[in-house]
Design a protein around this ligand. Structure first.
Ligand code: SF4
Length: 366
């Protein structure tokens, strides 16, 4: 904080993430910081959000905020009136017009009333957590909604004219490939603006008694997903994200481009110039008068590594010149393996390369 205060001008923030760490129940696979059964703390949480926004507005310049993202947790768990309070708080400090305001919604807690409120309060993009269009799989994952509810929720968001984004998981233990195919084809039928497909991830070899899929199985589902979405007109713009042309999530692009962002809420992370920090992943810490953070000042080598890693996650790629000379021989090999490709002065990961990006970047920069 001393470091931030010592800056001559307040650093300008491009994106703000607001975490809503409340869920009705915990999905069995979930690794995000969220709590079930803590709804009585929502009012206190909103007060803490206002306190933190006021605090940061002393140190940071919010006048160039382009995107805001309300994520969770489950933002739609809040009642319409609490959501209204949330918007009131956030927009009392973040003023102006934004390129994109996203809110994450879960099918079982989305309603026409809430969608009308979102429209009134300037939300432009609604990201619905669907995960699967197979009710048995949803039940196995511990989701609270059925496939039918999920489909209806997506249709409702579309009818209300929002930029619609849908989230899915592939590679779920025990799920036949045919079931994933049906899910994705049904998603494409809805023609959302963007689709996120995340590989199932879980620490351990088994999930609820079922073995995790092999890398080959994951890869088969991933490559099928890439091809299927391409034929439906979607661009693969990041490892797990596809969008119709011009409909990419601007907020996430700002993360990958390493623009300055502020994250509010337990476990929420921020990047301000060469400073990375996050709140402790603990609700009570955030509610306390002066919450604790983890701070890290990044060294130039770390920043270089991050720029390469984050750039290669996206279809924007990086400039060829960003690759250190010592890695050029390795680069040649990875291009031969068809994991990376060059176009002009731009270096990009291929679809296959994106699937093994962690290994690829380590190999390239070791
Ligand atoms: S709704 Fe989302 S954040 Fe909440 S437990 Fe399920 S996966 Fe996690």
């Amino acid at each position: 904080l001393k470091f931030l205060r010592s800056k001559k001008a307040k650093p300008a923030i491009n994106s703000v993430y607001v975490h809503i760490p409340f869920c009705r129940s915990k999905c069995y696979y979930c690794d995000f910081y969220s709590l079930a059964g803590a709804d009585e703390k929502i009012d206190k949480y909103l007060e803490a959000l206002l306190r933190e926004l006021d605090f940061w507005s002393e140190l940071l310049d919010f006048s160039s905020v382009e995107t805001i993202y309300f994520g969770g947790g489950t933002p739609t768990l809040l009642s319409s009136s609490k959501l209204n309070d949330l918007f009131e708080i956030v927009f009392s400090v973040l003023k102006g017009s934004f390129i994109e305001v996203t809110l994450e919604a879960n099918p079982e807690s989305l309603s026409e009333e809430k969608l009308s409120l979102f429209r009134k309060r300037g939300v432009t993009r609604v990201s619905v957590g669907i995960q699967s269009f197979d009710s048995k799989i949803l039940n196995f994952l511990g989701r609270l909604h059925s496939a039918e509810q999920a489909f209806k929720a997506a249709e409702l968001v579309k009818e209300h004219g929002f930029n619609l984004s849908l989230d899915f998981i592939y590679g779920i233990p025990g799920e036949p490939f045919s079931s994933w195919k049906k899910t994705l084809l049904k998603a494409a039928e809805l023609q959302p603006d963007s689709i996120s497909c995340y590989a199932f991830s879980f620490r351990g070899k088994k999930f609820r008694g079922r073995s995790l899929k092999s890398d080959d199985d994951y890869f088969e589902e991933y490559i099928w997903t890439v091809n299927c979405l391409k034929t439906h007109g979607y661009r693969h713009y990041e490892i797990s994200n596809w969008a119709l042309p011009g409909k990419e999530c601007r907020h996430n692009l700002n993360y990958w481009l390493r623009k300055n962002y502020l994250g509010l809420g337990p476990a929420a992370a921020s990047l301000i110039d060469d400073l990375r920090f996050s709140y402790e992943p603990e609700l009570n810490n955030f509610l306390a008068e002066s919450p604790h953070f983890y701070f890290e000042k990044l060294l130039p080598e770390q920043i270089q590594m991050e720029e390469i890693y984050l750039g290669l996650r996206t279809n924007l790629g990086i400039k060829l010149a960003q690759i250190p000379p010592r890695s050029l021989k390795k680069l040649e090999g990875l291009i031969k393996e068809k994991l990376l490709e060059i176009e002009g002065d731009c270096l990009r990961a291929t679809d296959r390369g994106m699937f093994v990006l962690d290994r690829l970047v380590l190999e390239l920069l070791e």
